[in-house]
Ligand binder design. Sequence first.
Ligand code: NI
Length: 133
Amino acid sequence: MSVIRFGVSLEEHLMNALDKYVMENKFPNRSRAIRNLIEKNIVEKKWKCNNEVAGAIVLLYDHHKRDITTKTNSVQHEFHKYVLSAQHVHLDHDMCLETIVVKGKAKQLTELADKLIALKGVQHGKLVMTKTE
Ligand code: NI
């Protein structure tokens, strides 16, 4: 793929923020960091569309709370077409970490993740998606 060069004008505080982003994420240069930011933005826009994506939903919850394991299970069965695998780790006496690997249309995966994350008792939840096409 050919690369096109162009000049970018930035306010000083944005340039400082960019340099911090480059350092923190160990990018070799600013171009790579900007490319990453653009791609991230494009992928996130695709969340609401019909593009094929793959990703993972991570859930953190206390398994004692309100039949939560039954509920997370039944939501996953409802969306079984999109669930490739689910891993349940017992972090300690109370807390569970569940990683659900998903593939399908961005819209559906977002709906599935929203349903799981909204369940009462889920303390933390996040969906990460990446384009597959
Ligand atoms: Ni557990």
